[in-house]
Each structure stands twice: as structure tokens, then as C-alpha cells.
Ligand binder design. Structure first.
Ligand code: ZN
Length: 173
């Protein structure tokens, strides 16, 4: 990264808007109140705002916020992982799983697809194939997000060209 490419700005006065970088901590709670995902034990996530790096509902909630703001947002299934579909099962070759030997019925795992990785639930494990529920494990759930903005800054020209953030919480390449 080229330091001179960074516009100087007072980050405490910068609010979230399109093509600014937002670094934030988040926790996601399912309907039972359990934490299903959290950045609290590690690096905050960094996104280039307004570029679809995260769910639309999260971007909307972050709009105009500033570093130090902490708030909650609740998203219905339609704005989160979609409604749960009945009988959305598929039989898939074990070669598409990273660790096929460890698969057990009921567990959630990552599946590599043409559209990227997706979370699925294992239903049955055979010799060469696995039956999975293709619904995202959080499909059909209204989710509560606890968000805390840690930093807002101008994006570099390179980040805008790439449509994602470089450095901590973003891409490393
Ligand atoms: Zn990049």
C-alpha cells in the first residue's frame, strides 16, 4: 500500500458513506439468543461501504454512523439468509468437501460451489456421497446484529478500483 495515496482526514469526524472504509465489530444472534458469529475475539471486519461487501440491511444501518457508535439492527430472513425452503436437499460427491472423513449428520459445513462457498447441513453420509440440506443454517431466521463502528476513513484509489478494503480486516494481496 502506498502511504501517500491515503488522504489525511480526522477519522473521528468522518461518517460512513459510499466508498469510505468502515471497520466494525459485529456479533450475530439467532432467534434463540445464541451468538452464531462474532468478530469480538479478533480483528474487526473492514468493508468498502456501498459496494455490497456485506448484506444490504447492514450497509443501511451503518450509513452516516461514526467511529464509537454501537447499535443493534434486526433483519428478517428476507434481508438476511433468505426463507427456509422445504425439501431443499442434494446428494453431493464427497470430493466437494474439504474434510469428508469428518462429516457427521447434523453438522454444518462449507461446500465449494461455482458461486463460492456456502454453508450447508449434513443429513446423511454414504460411502462416496453426502446428502445435505442446502438451506443456509440461518435461513428462515430473524437475526439480531450488534454492531460497533471502530473506524471510518476515506478509501484509497486502489481500494475503490478493487471494490474492497486492503489491510487489517480486509484483503491481503
Ligand atoms: Zn484489492
Amino acid at each position: 500500500m502506498n502511504e501517500t495515496d491515503e488522504p489525511s482526514s480526522d477519522s473521528s469526524a468522518t461518517s460512513v458513506s459510499k466508498d469510505r472504509v468502515v471497520r466494525f465489530h459485529y456479533q450475530i444472534f439467532d432467534e434463540a439468543g445464541g451468538v452464531v458469529e462474532s468478530t469480538r475475539d479478533g480483528e474487526p471486519l473492514a468493508i468498502l461501504h456501498g459496494r455490497g461487501n456485506v448484506m444490504r440491511g447492514i450497509e443501511d444501518a451503518l450509513e452516516s454512523r461514526k467511529a464509537g457508535d454501537r447499535f443493534e439492527v434486526t433483519l428478517p430472513p428476507e434481508q438476511a439468509y433468505g426463507p427456509r425452503k422445504d425439501d431443499f436437499t442434494q446428494r453431493i460427491s464427497k470430493k466437494y468437501f474439504r474434510q469428508p472423513a469428518r462429516l457427521k449428520p447434523g453438522m454444518t459445513t462449507q461446500l465449494s460451489t461455482e458461486e463460492g462457498t456456502r454453508s450447508v447441513t449434513v443429513l446423511k453420509v454414504g460411502g462416496k456421497v453426502v446428502d445435505v440440506d442446502m438451506n443456509h443454517p440461518l435461513a428462515g431466521q430473524t437475526l439480531k446484529f450488534d454492531l460497533e463502528v471502530m473506524e471510518v476513513r476515506e478509501a484509497t484509489r486502489e481500494e475503490i478500483a478493487h471494490r474492497h478494503v486492503h489491510g487489517p480486516g480486509g484483503h491481503h494481496h
